[in-house]
Design a protein around this ligand. Structure first.
Ligand code: NI
Ligand code: MN
Length: 226
């Protein structure tokens, strides 16, 4: 059974046996991160989009550990240019890796790398990661979209990571609707409370989701068996 750990903001690790994945390793500049970037030991780094609060320490971790960066063709090649091993993919495409399967889904958001986000990194994405017999959906930064229903129909989701912080992504009410469309067994809210602008109350989200899914509110550093 895979185990996930929330490292604050949108950063999560997925571990199953010897397989260690990290999604959106925003660590050094994350005021809520419970770890240091040089403590991270992974085989794969999945990036949802090119914004700094998602790419974060990806290239440094990739170069130190030899981990492979999985991202869109554009973002992966940008990371390759900085010295990372990469596996480029794109929306709608899935691939079987040694740990399991990754499929890229749409997300509605921006994508740009660098201090002024000026380097083109392709469209943002979400991931469906199937590992150890479980399927985990990380939506990345996105607004609500009706095709979430299709994502849940094509791959029944055991655990979904969904943003609730509003302003840059879905807020609580749209994230509740996302749960209704996706029908995951468990949900972990992300992308909130990192800064004042995305402060919100995850307990209110849990209350509104009600019996549709089990909402697990993880503090940065908290973990969960999927
Ligand atoms: Ni973003
Ligand atoms: Mn973000």
């Amino acid at each position: 059974m895979p185990q996930v750990r929330f490292l604050g903001h949108s950063c999560v690790t997925i571990t199953e046996g010897n397989h260690k994945l990290i999604i959106d390793p925003f660590i050094t500049d994350n005021p809520k991160s419970p770890v240091k970037a040089d403590e991270i030991d992974v085989n794969y780094i999945l990036l949802t989009h090119g914004h700094g609060d998602h790419v974060g320490d990806a290239v440094a971790i990739a170069k130190r550990t030899g981990a492979t960066v999985i991202a869109t063709f554009e973002l992966a090649n940008l990371c390759a240019g900085e010295g990372a091993n990469i596996h480029p993919m794109h929306i709608g495409g899935g691939h079987n890796f040694d740990f399991g399967r990754v499929k890229l889904t749409i997300a509605h958001h921006g994508g740009g790398y660098g201090p002024d986000a000026s380097r083109y990194t392709g469209p943002p994405v979400g991931f469906v990661v199937t590992i150890g017999g479980k399927s985990i959906y990380h939506s990345g930064d996105t607004g609500l979209f009706y095709d979430m229903k299709l994502i849940g129909e094509m791959t029944p989701i055991d655990l979904a990571f969904l943003p609730i912080g509003d302003n840059f992504t879905m807020g609580i009410d749209d994230a509740v609707k996302a749960v209704e469309l996706l029908r995951p067994k468990k949900v972990v809210p992300i992308h909130f409370d990192t800064w004042d602008i995305i402060e919100t109350d995850p307990k209110s989200f849990a209350k509104k989701v009600g019996s549709m899914a089990e909402v697990v509110i993880l503090e940065p550093g908290g973990s969960l068996d999927v």
